[in-house]
Design a protein around this ligand. Structure first.
Ligand SMILES: [Zn+2]
Length: 78
């Protein structure tokens, strides 16, 4: 577990909600969730999958249910 990466992950999620996430950040999110058990547990396997899908569909907007699960995860964080 890497705390700096975990904090960066939360920051990237906020940017994802704003639609300002870059391809590199989506890649980072996917990679981090793949290697960090606590973050994966917190955000859920479903979101990990969604990020993987999104990383392959750069021009699509985030589906509402994904936005909802991200917001829920961020609220749990606080
Ligand atoms: Zn983590």
């Amino acid at each position: 577990m890497n705390d700096a990466h975990c904090q960066k992950l939360v920051g990237s999620l906020y940017q994802l909600l704003d639609g300002e996430v870059t391809e590199d950040q989506v890649q980072f999110l996917s990679d981090h969730l793949a290697e960090c058990g606590p973050c994966l547990e917190r955000l859920g396997v479903e979101m990990h999958f969604t990020l993987l899908v999104r990383s392959r569909c750069q021009n699509t907007t985030c589906p509402d249910e994904v936005m909802h699960s991200i917001k829920t995860a961020l609220q749990a964080e606080i």
